[in-house]
Write a protein that binds this ligand. Sequence first.
Ligand SMILES: *Cc1c(COP(=O)(O)O)cnc(C)c1O
Length: 420
Amino acid sequence: MNIQKSEQLYQKALQFMPGGVNSPVRACQNVGRTPLFIDHAKGCYIYDADGNAYIDYICSWGAGIFGHADPDILDAVGKACEKGLTFGTCHAGEIEFAERIQKHFPSMELLRLVNSGTEAVMSAVRAARGFTKRDKIIKFEGCYHGHSDGLLVRAGSGLLTNAVPDSAGIPHGFIENTLVAQYNDKQSVQDLFAAYPNDIACVLIEPCAANMGVIPPENGFLEFLRTITEQYHALLIFDEVITGFRLSMGGAQKKYQIKPDLTALGKIVGGGMPLAVYGGKREIMSCIAPLGSVYQAGTLSGNPIAVAAGNAALKKIEQHPEIYDLLDEISAQIETAIRKAGIAVNREGSLLTAFFTEKYPQTYADVKHADTKAYADFYGYLLENGIYTAPSQFEAMFVSTAHNEQSIQKTCDIISAYHA
Ligand SMILES: *Cc1c(COP(=O)(O)O)cnc(C)c1O
């Protein structure tokens, strides 16, 4: 494998950016590899600066449900660019987008467009605190909700690979109101509510965890969260930044039939551009300025190019509801191949993770001691065989509609031939 150009670019990048990257997991530290510098991507393939092609199972961390450079999305973006890159004020595309989101997420009666998942979740939590006039929140160990101060506590994703459970640079005062419960463990939530019955503004959760690897919710767990939050007059926030438009057209809340009070969406909804949304019950969202006293704003919020990409992606999803069956089917083939290789695998729809753990993980405790060295070996094997997956045990594999029969077959053959 010749990656000379990537190596040169990486050396240069190190001079300018911490670790040479703009997001930590990209540095590939945990798998001991040089990050690949990408030249272009098309369909299910991503091409590095040395001209190597890989079948891509990151797809920009799930944003690319139609794979890369989808012609319909590119076309919409091109047309939007001709009209100007940013207006800094209202335009009709925002309404079309809001209408589409609400159609599929009826729980989002009022919603706001923002630029990243981090911003969406941070703002939803602020709305919950403003509405309930309470300060404490409950999150789950191993769930990742972006890098805002109060949420970088026992978070997943890159914090797990780097073995830093909490970020430095966050004053204790910012996180003392963040209570941490265990995913799929009702008692841990019950205990926190018993300790702080009148202080908890919200329970924030990835309804299907995907940032400690994929851990689906156990039967009854989300129902339990819905009931206990109502009982204590706290809000339930679903962080559907990954699961929204991935687990179904209406996300996890549709799939599991649980209606949260607030929802955050990102990744897929932007069609590959920086765009995210948060919203929920009209009564709660009426707290947001200028209607109410919770402040949240953004120079580039509702950016016309990002919105054009988002609208094109959502429109295409609406026109092709059959993609969810297709994604499920091809993901099942990969799941089978991973199992054939003797590796544990969790799958929920088109989200899956090969786990180097003793058993099929159901909780954070189960994934915590995963053999990350074994994962790194598996990762290296796949990469050298032209398959690009997340450089970390604690992420999902993302399948897109651009993964055709031939690329799936090749992937399955390579995976099932693996032995450590
Ligand atoms: C990716 C992610 C975020 C953060 O989104 P960014 O756009 O990276 O800021 C938040 N929550 C979940 C569940 C995510 O997967």
